[in-house]
Write a protein that binds this ligand. Sequence first.
Ligand code: DSN
Length: 434
Amino acid sequence: MLDQTILSILKEQDQQLFDLVLREETRQHEQIRLIPSENYASPAVKAALATSFTNKYGEGYPGRRYYQGQVNTDALELMVIERAKALFGYPHANVQALSGAPANLGVYTAFLKPFEGKIMAMRLDHGGHLTHGSPVSVTGQWFEILSYGCNENDVLDYEEIRRQALEFKPDVLVCGYTAYPRLIDFEKFGEIAREVGAISLADVSHIAGLIAGGAHPSPWPHMDVVTFTTHKTLRGPRAAIILAKDADMMDRIDKAVFPGLQGGPHFNTIAAIGVALGEAASPAFKDYSHQVVANAKKLGEELKVRGHHVVSGGTENHLLLLDVRKSHKLPGKRVAVALEEVGIVLNFNTVPNASDRQKPLFPDGIRLGTPSITTRGMKETDMVRLASLIDRTINNLKTGKISEGESAWKDDDEAVTIAAAVRELATSFPTFAW
Ligand code: DSN
């Protein structure tokens, strides 16, 4: 829960805003949140966001600012940089990027000239990201892109990626995904990048917390540059970190972030990143990150035995993809909307090797992740209950066309019963237990 003092100050001054905050707090307590890119930040992370560091301007970097009064902000930024370096084992870090998209853009613009640079990355519908060269992102408009995908088993084929890289000769080779349930072999990506003379970039936004806790292999020393958001498995504020292997690369990235793309850093967010990095270095976080993976594996197994199509056959990280068209002849969006109605919140998602009907807004799958429910303290036994509730919900959905105003449920009473069970499961856990 939010700090009671902060809440009461808000309540006294702005009832309308307070009501919204309270409604969101309640929603996050009563629902089961399975969006793999979300989490519950700790009370200390939220406290740091609400500090006076929000009042300070400080364009530039420690010791090289364009404003006076940086005695504490310089100390803060240097401290958070040191924590990032220590936790991830890279010798250089930038903690100013406002989120993942600007972090990736910072890296591209540090090394590539617009309309000349070449990037090779995973296609969006196989689990890449908009900033990995999607045509609707400037990254796809300013740079020449070659997208690789998963093979027929829904996994990366490193030999094929190598073959494509040798032919395309990218300047930057990107790995790191938003919807890939398997481990990433950073060593192989690093080797391929070196062979073709590319800078290797790992966007580990989704798995940064797993790497920090030792539940996923580290990109160090294989990848030249690493970007990640800090609010997913890492459980910090909404922001990003960029790591680099050598000083020259970091210098170019620093200049690209500021003054290239951004103005003043958000020091209260940097303070909250520092808190999150401190938490992530603790033994409790190690347990947390391994439990995230154990829960995802168990959830996948339980869904699989109930007849669901788990993409790639399972998971080795924090997320799962279900192809609900293959298993239940249902569109992903109908399933995601129905699950929200019973209190299970996730997102519809494209899946690799999908049917011809799949489109980004009309995909064949759903994406489920365990970072948030693990923060609440759920364990494998709770995954059995959860899998059963998800399964009952999906089996209660009509297939085929549904006319305007018609219920999507086969049995409305069953949906009400499931919703009560979901609420009971959710509210038997606090929002922050780790
Ligand atoms: N696309 C977001 C997600 O994975 O949810 C991350 O930017």
